[in-house]
Design a protein around this ligand. Structure first.
Ligand code: FAD
Length: 455
């Protein structure tokens, strides 16, 4: 079939880019530069109507549809499809009385944080405020205050979504309930979300920061964390990462090009209490750099200090039911300071607390019984892919004794449909596929983290 791009351009207000056009490369550029997209056309949507028109056009031409807000979640390239970019969709409304926010598809967490903070409110954002609200939330949304309040997806009030066929639906606890269940956790498999409304939380005082420990004491720090984390109250949110930092001049000298262990802390309470709670970790090893203190929510990116510049990554994650001494020893053997491996990060996030409780309106976020998320990020350079995969496999194998079924979409990387479906128990898997077939019978939304293979 001939593709009638002129019809598409006439149907949308936003720009339409073909591969030969100036601006095409910039429009499709993804933060994760390991997976450059190769769509047949990119549509810079400016509104819900643009998204609906682009989806209808794709449907008429039998093309799959991909969506990109920031490219932080580009774990597979989007190829041979219509790529809808949402970065122009920036509507944002915060209601301080109702303690809610409603944002359009292109909004990043940084803008929500900025508008909510003057009201003493914060969203359930994650380690980097540069990530898009919608992609993060649909993938579960494991945030800095997750143990205290739950997953971001647990606090979504309603979603506006364009489903295959180009219908615009508002889905919530009373409307299209099965779709509302599936899309909160099952991510981009059911349509293009054009807006989302969610709860904000009172965060009157936050104590946070990151503490770097030297490679020489990696084992002491990991074993101390293993003993310490299970004792923590729900107000204390932590993660621990083995980091191989690049030799960048902007990094302070002790971190530049170094292997370090990074303890990240977000405590909903005052700094004095936090320091008491942290005492066993501070006693475990000398501190190389960093510390915790009062932190305005606008400064929470300083907790993880995730890279802001585009980065090539190759990722995989699993959930752990426990963190035993054997797993800690295995992780150190596979990815500790003594081995030379092309990994950027091996991260343990402490779960439990509110993350373990089902939300008021059930959703498809799996893994409620897990105690930790284990996430491995390798260097996403094509020539290194086999090595990264082998090393990642060895890290995950080292934790096999503690691994439980399930996985979070945001930490599942570029796994294929079967591996992604294994994130859910059989009944939820069947339910997701029923919803998928009901709302997207032709598997139009089949790029990136697809639950059904393209035929
Ligand atoms: C530095 C960094 C830090 C991170 N920190 C966390 C964290 O703390 N907690 C956490 O849970 N995750 C975290 N993530 C993972 C992140 O939440 C996911 O990668 C998420 O998909 C990014 O969304 P995006 O829109 O920014 O990315 P994009 O690459 O633009 O989108 C990725 C995918 O999200 C889905 N999506 C995006 N927009 C829409 C839409 N409008 N409708 C339907 N589907 C859509 C699609 O499946 C799309 O392919 C982090 C990722 C990075 C790179």
């Amino acid at each position: 079939m001939t593709l009638s791009f002129a019809d598409l351009a006439a149907a949308v207000d936003g720009p339409v880019f073909l591969p030969a056009d100036d601006g095409f490369a910039g429009e499709i550029f993804a933060w994760n530069v390991a997976n450059p997209h190769r769509p047949v056309v990119a549509v810079g949507a400016t509104s819900t109507a643009d998204v609906a028109a682009a989806v209808r056009w794709a449907g008429r031409h039998g093309l799959p549809v991909a969506v990109q807000a920031t490219g932080h979640g580009a774990v597979r390239p989007a190829v041979g499809c219509v790529l809808i970019t949402t970065s122009r969709m920036q509507d944002l409304f915060v209601d301080p009385e109702a303690r809610t926010a409603r944002v359009a598809a292109g909004v990043r967490w940084s803008r929500v944080i900025e508008v909510a903070a003057p009201h003493g409110l914060a969203p359930l954002s994650g380690s980097s405020s540069q990530v898009g609200v919608v992609g993060y939330t649909l993938g579960g949304g494991l945030g800095l205050l997750g143990r205290t309040f739950g997953h971001a997806a647990d606090h979504v009030r309603s979603i506006e979504i364009v489903t295959a066929g180009g219908d615009v639906r508002t889905v919530d606890a009373d409307n299209d309930r099965e779709l509302f269940w599936a899309v909160r956790g099952g991510k981009g498999n059911f349509g293009i979300v054009t807006a989302v409304e969610f709860d904000l939380f009172d965060v009157p005082s936050l104590t946070g920061g990151g503490i770097y420990f030297p490679a020489t004491h990696a084992a002491q720090v990991l074993h101390a964390y293993r003993a310490w984390a299970p004792t923590l109250p729900e107000r204390m949110n932590t993660s621990l990462a083995l980091l191989r930092l690049p030799p960048l001049p902007q990094l302070p000298e002790p971190l530049r090009g170094a292997f370090v262990v990074h303890l990240r802390v977000a405590y909903l309470g005052d700094a004095g209490d936090a320091k008491d709670i942290l005492a066993p970790m501070l006693a475990a090893a000398p501190v190389l750099l960093g510390g915790v203190g009062d932190l305005p929510y606008q400064a929470v990116d300083s907790i993880h200090q995730d890279p802001v510049d585009p980065t090539p990554t190759r990722e995989r994650g699993v959930l752990l039911g426990d963190l035993t001494a054997a797993t800690v020893d295995g992780l150190l053997a596979a990815a500790g300071p003594q081995v030379d491996v092309p990994l950027i990060m091996v991260e343990l996030r402490h779960l439990g607390g509110a993350l373990a409780r089902p939300p008021a309106v059930p959703n498809a976020v799996p893994g409620r019984d897990a105690a930790y998320s284990l996430f491995v990020v390798g260097l996403g350079v094509p020539e290194l892919a086999p090595v990264v995969d082998a090393v990642t496999g060895a890290v995950l194998a080292a934790a096999a004794g503690d691994t439980v079924a399930g996985g979070l979409m945001n930490f599942s990387g570029g796994a294929g449909p079967d591996a992604l479906l294994a994130n859910w128990p059989a009944a939820d898997r069947d339910r997701l596929l029923r919803v998928k077939r009901a709302y997207d019978p032709a598997n139009m939304f089949s790029t990136n983290q697809a639950l059904l293979p393209t035929s």
